[in-house]
Design a protein around this ligand. Sequence first.
Ligand code: URA
Length: 433
Amino acid sequence: MRFLDIIEKKKNKEVLSDQEIQFFIDGVTDESIPDYQISALLMAIRLNGMDEHETAKLAEAMMHSGDVIDLSDIEGIKSDKHSTGGVGDKTSLALGAMVAACGLKLAKMSGRGLGHTGGTLDKLESIEGFNIALSEEEFKKQVSEIGLAIIGQTGDLVPADKKLYALRDVTGTVDSIPLIASSIMSKKLASGSDTILLDVKYGEGAFMHTVEDAKKLARAMISIGKKLGKNTMAMITDMNQPLGNTIGNALEVKEAIETVKGEGPKDFTELCLTAGEIMLMQANKASNKKEARAMLEEAIKSGKAYEKLEKMVIYQGGNVEQIRNTDLLPQAKYKTDLESKEEGYIENIHSMGLGIAAMKLGAGREKKEDEINYGVGLKMNAKKGDYVKKGHILCRVYHDEPLSDEWIEDFYKTFTYKDQKVDPIPIVEEILD
Ligand code: URA
């Protein structure tokens, strides 16, 4: 087989065979195909697409390019969830504790953040001593014993994706549904769970800007999951404003703790409950949504969800006193309240702008090697559709350095106002299976 023929074929909008896709991924993994030829094929895929079968084959070949975790020695159905990423997204922390308290086994491998706020692992590491680098054996033991573990990738998972993503990043080929879907799903499939829930976000603060594009991506990922025998579902959720009220690592851990105690923000709580319903049904722990919601609400009310979170922290070596008393979590030196300079209904809160503002305080990384400052961030006191008067506190800023005029100016640009009422957007737009 010649790789040039495969490039030509995709250039001419033809469908690649299973063997050609396998040859491509083998050549990426063993580095026998030069970067310029890989990049040419990526661009041809970006421009001419792939059908469902090609996309599933690509995900499957990528999944097998490295280690595949075998969770079969953990009893029962193992669940996983994945979010396409958003601002203030601390869902795994709260949702994990809630579903584990209802008997689910959540074996979750998460990532770090780059670009704006930290990822799940960064949030967890704001807890002193929390170990995200468990061995595969420790990971499985923990999931078996308490039903919940959140760690970084173990072993050499999907090396082909690392190589392809790095090339896509510099060749304008990130925004391709078959490439995004196969990248995400290959990692989910290699992580070894039986069920997968995808939280596909849409809006200005998300990868996919419109509901339609989010649905296309969700459908492509569901199709891959199903073709490879996994119970895969997706929810399409709003990312046109930050999720919950906090952006920043320790602040988000605190909000996740409040949420598992039933004291969290409305939108974030609703997202967790809806995700929990789907996951409990996927794992046959509940036969319908109503039953699932009642189980989740009981787990919150009884304190069992909170106990799971404590247990996970203890098992993973974190300082549980910081969970019991969140004042002990990392704290920024200064707190500054920023007040509204206008009166009216809040029309828009630019979540990406706020994510970048939080990153500039130190909550996220601009470059891979940047260090995270766990204590800094934003606590919002306004949501889309709220009517605010001049002087209403929009946000409390937690910071270690004085806020520059430029930072404050950028912060205010993230809000727009309207005279007329603004209809609130539901946090969960649609559920797809
Ligand atoms: N996240 C991934 O893991 N891969 C993509 O291609 C895009 C987002």
